[in-house]
Structure formats: structure tokens, C-alpha cells
Design a protein around this ligand. Structure first.
Ligand SMILES: N[C@@H](CCC(=O)N[C@@H](CS)C(=O)NCC(=O)O)C(=O)O
Length: 210
């Protein structure tokens, strides 16, 4: 299978970390692609009309997107413990955390548009501030959840944990509003997750090309 990837995309990294965690990473040919709404990538558009990575091209040539769908597909390829749990309580909690992680990335990307990506005359401070509020509220939500013991142990891995760790590490990589200071439970969990082989094997690097 081919994974159209990007070394600085939190969504693409989520998929690759998932592949490592379920033992299918060695079945993927990982190919870096630059994407941006202002720089059409024809190869990506041919597979995903949204022009975004990640995209997974399966062995029969069919393409899957987005990251959440690809993760669900990868979870169907192995016989080990499922990263998308079947038991209702764990399942909805895990999928909810994944949704929160997706929203963190969307808000972070929006902040970057309003701070560094758009030409200066087109930046909108009110949009930047509104998106930062979402980030901070989400960090506080996670700290409350973690401090109530609602989160699993640092060693627990599921799609929610993978999505959150890859989202948070991207926010730190892009120097978006910090989440560790004053949030000891979240910080301890994050630090422990960063040490997983799947995270160590998938470092973030590179700049967005707009
Ligand atoms: N919901 C998508 C988001 C994917 C996404 O936004 N990818 C970015 C890279 S981080 C991209 O390719 N952006 C190009 C664009 O917005 O045109 C997913 O979860 O895969």
C-alpha cells in the first residue's frame, strides 16, 4: 500500500503512528507530498478531490481518505487488540477524543493562517483569537479529564490517544499556544506517550509551502 504522507502533517502522522501501533507499518510505502490550498498538488487531487493528505492507496489501487477513515481501515487489517474499541463506553470515549484532536489541528492550522501563512494584510486578529480560545478550552478540558482519571494509563493506546498525542506534538512543533504549563496530568501523559516507538519513528519536520 502507498501512503501519501507529509512529514509536518499531524493528520498524516496520526495514520503512520496507528500503522506502527497495529504492526502494519512495514506494508506501507510512505511518500511525502506538499499540499496547500494555494499550491495545487495534482497527484493528490487525482486521489482526493479535497487535495489533502493523508491518502492511502490500497493494493487494488483504490484510495482512502481522510485520516480517520484510513485509521479505521488499518485497524481492520490486524488480529490484535483494536485501536477503535468495540465496547460502547471505550468506543465513544475514544472516538470523541479523536474528534477533539481533529478539532485541535483544525484550530491550530487556522491560527497559523492568521499569524504566519496569509500575507500580512489579509490576517484577521479576531479569527486568530477565537481559534486560540478553542485551543485553550480544549487543553483545560483534557486536563480535567486526565485529572479525574478518565483517561487511560499512559501506556493505554487507542485511536483517541494516538490522535491526541499526534495533535499535541504538532501544536508544540508549530509553537502554538502551550498546553503543558499548569496542566500536570495532561503533560505527564503526553511526555510518556512521546516515548512510544511509534512516536519516535515518526518525527515531525519541514515547513508548509503556500
Ligand atoms: N480531515 C483531514 C484533514 C487533512 C488535512 O487538512 N491535511 C493537510 C495537511 S496537514 C492538507 O493536506 N492540507 C492541504 C489543503 O488544505 O489544501 C484528515 O483528517 O485527514
Amino acid at each position: 500500500m502507498k501512503l501519501l504522507y507529509q512529514t509536518h502533517s499531524p493528520y498524516a502522522r496520526k495514520v503512520l503512528v496507528m500503522a506502527y501501533e497495529v504492526g502494519v507499518a512495514d506494508r506501507l510505502e510512505v511518500i511525502h507530498h506538499e499540499t496547500s490550498p494555494t499550491q495545487r498538488n495534482e497527484q493528490v487531487f487525482q486521489l482526493n478531490p479535497l487535495g489533502k493528505v493523508p491518502v492511502l492507496v490500497r493494493d487494488d489501487g483504490t484510495a482512502l481518505f481522510d485520516s480517520s477513515v484510513i485509521c479505521e481501515y488499518l485497524d481492520s487489517l490486524h488480529a490484535g487488540p483494536k485501536m477503535i474499541p468495540a465496547a460502547p463506553k471505550q468506543r465513544w470515549r475514544s472516538l470523541q477524543l479523536q474528534a477533539l484532536a481533529q478539532g485541535l489541528c483544525e484550530a491550530g492550522i487556522s491560527v497559523r493562517h492568521e499569524t504566519v501563512r496569509r500575507p500580512a494584510p489579509y490576517r484577521y486578529a479576531a479569527m486568530r483569537d477565537g481559534q486560540i480560545e478553542k485551543l485553550v478550552a480544549s487543553y483545560d478540558f483534557l486536563e480535567r479529564e486526565w485529572s479525574r482519571g478518565e483517561a487511560g494509563a499512559a501506556t493505554d493506546v487507542d485511536i483517541g490517544a494516538i490522535a491526541l498525542a499526534t495533535a499535541l506534538s504538532w501544536l508544540a512543533f508549530r509553537e502554538l499556544p502551550a498546553f503543558e504549563s499548569g496542566r500536570p496530568h495532561l503533560s505527564a501523559w503526553y511526555r510518556a506517550f512521546l516515548q512510544r516507538p511509534s512516536m519516535l519513528a515518526t518525527p515531525l519536520e519541514g515547513e508548509t509551502v503556500d
